[in-house]
Write a protein that binds this ligand. Structure first.
Ligand code: 5RP
Length: 291
């Protein structure tokens, strides 16, 4: 129940106790108890039911609130007639939802979405964002995508959703690439909190694992959740999550990893971001700042 609900319930109990302790006839008390129940129960029910609609539940989860605000802010930057790269993850899910809302209201017209994963494809269909493939278009105006880490130079680690290969294709093609993150994703140096995802074709998993260990990385095969065995990417490959003690040269490491035979793509994104939108919560209020 929301805070407002609890406060009302508590005040009601205190009031009843006060009334009960006063003198007076039992019959009068009974009439009061019954009639006050008739008022308080529907009122509490209404508060509980509408708390989600009013955004009170989201307020209890600041990360969700940050993602929602920043996702919406990015969707607001999309202009009618644009071809839009649709990123993957929980933050861009809000962007796709708000793009759908803008299309429905008529405020936004004639956009085409290029999905970066099955997830963004499914969401775009759900929210009514028209889609095309890369074969059908000759440019992308804007791509909006999430990230797992962002450093001060706007380099990224991506691939928390195992979609970094398609994301890199779409995001790098875009004339403007906007990253949407909550403030918890900002780091001084890449690799501080997140391992580097590396997509590997299944038959090469052992030699690639050994080659990465020789580079000083600690690879771990990503396992499925609610799926037995390893995560399988949208291309049918495995993902190694590789921890490095320190990533001093992100551009160099990106190339070195991709040069290992059997590696399809890794999640280091260098020198490609135009704008980072960062969601924050200050004094309970969400706000969006830029990097
Ligand atoms: C998927 C990604 C996501 O963009 C990244 O993991 C951020 O996700 P979220 O918005 O859920 O925090 O790279 O491969």
């Amino acid at each position: 129940m929301t805070n407002l609900g609890w406060v009302m319930l508590r005040s009601y109990v205190v009031m009843l106790a006060g009334f009960h302790n006063q003198g007076g006839r039992n019959q009068q008390k009974l009439v009061f108890y019954l009639s006050s129940f008739g008022v308080i129960c529907p009122l509490l029910w209404t508060i509980v039911s509408f708390s989600g609609v009013l955004g009170m539940t989201a307020a209890a989860d600041p990360v969700k609130l940050m993602k929602q605000e920043v996702g919406k802010a990015a969707a607001a930057l999309v202009k009618s007639g644009s071809i839009v790269g649709l990123g993957t993850g929980s933050t861009t899910a809000y962007t796709i939802q708000f793009l759908g809302d803008r299309l429905k209201s008529g405020e936004l017209k004639d956009i085409i979405g290029i999905p970066t994963s099955f997830q963004s494809e499914v969401l775009a269909k759900q929210y009514g964002v028209p889609l095309a493939t890369l074969d059908a278009i000759d440019h992308i105006d804007i791509a909006i995508d999430g990230a797992d880490e962002v450093d001060p130079q706007k380099n990224l680690i991506k691939g928390g959703g195992a979609a970094h290969t398609r994301e890199k294709v779409v995001d790098y093609l875009a004339e403007q690439f906007i990253v949407v993150v909550d403030s918890g994703k900002l780091v001084d140096r890449l690799g501080s909190t997140f391992a580097v995802p590396v997509e590997v074709i299944p038959m090469a998993i052992t030699p690639v694992t050994n080659a990465i260990k020789k580079l000083g990385g600690k690879p771990e095969l990503r396992m499925g959740v609610k799926k037995a065995g390893p995560v399988i990417t949208d291309q049918g490959n495995f993902v190694l999550d590789v921890r490095f003690d320190s990533i001093e040269d992100p551009a160099g490491l990106e190339k070195t990893l991709n040069n290992i035979p059997g590696v399809l793509e890794n999640g280091i994104f260098v020198n490609c971001v135009d704008l980072v939108l960062i969601g924050e919560v200050k004094d309970g209020q969400p706000l969006v700042r830029q990097l």
